[in-house]
Write a protein that binds this ligand. Sequence first.
Ligand SMILES: [Zn+2]
Length: 113
Amino acid sequence: MHELSITKSMLDLVLDQAQKNGAKRVQGINLVIGEMSAVVDDCVRFYFDFLSKGTIAEGAQLSFKAVPVTARCQACGEEFELEEFNWVCSECGGARIDIVKGRELYLESIEVE
Ligand SMILES: [Zn+2]
């Protein structure tokens, strides 16, 4: 279910961008996927094939780039990559951190014709 709604909004965004650029066809879609997003790329591909039928994005190649999870310490403001979900600031050892990157899937760019 998670992937279906994500794929749908991703496709809407792609079609919107393609239209603004006057594209006739979308050839490739580059996506960034956060390691914490729990999005399965095979599922996105599957839903994409299904949802894009009959649109100018039908048959487009999806490519995924994984980004590590980045967190920011609430105490000292240090930003660092979370390794193996070690939820402690690498600078001051504080345990109150916010996730700033790596939570979702987003569109990096599209290739159109
Ligand atoms: Zn800190």
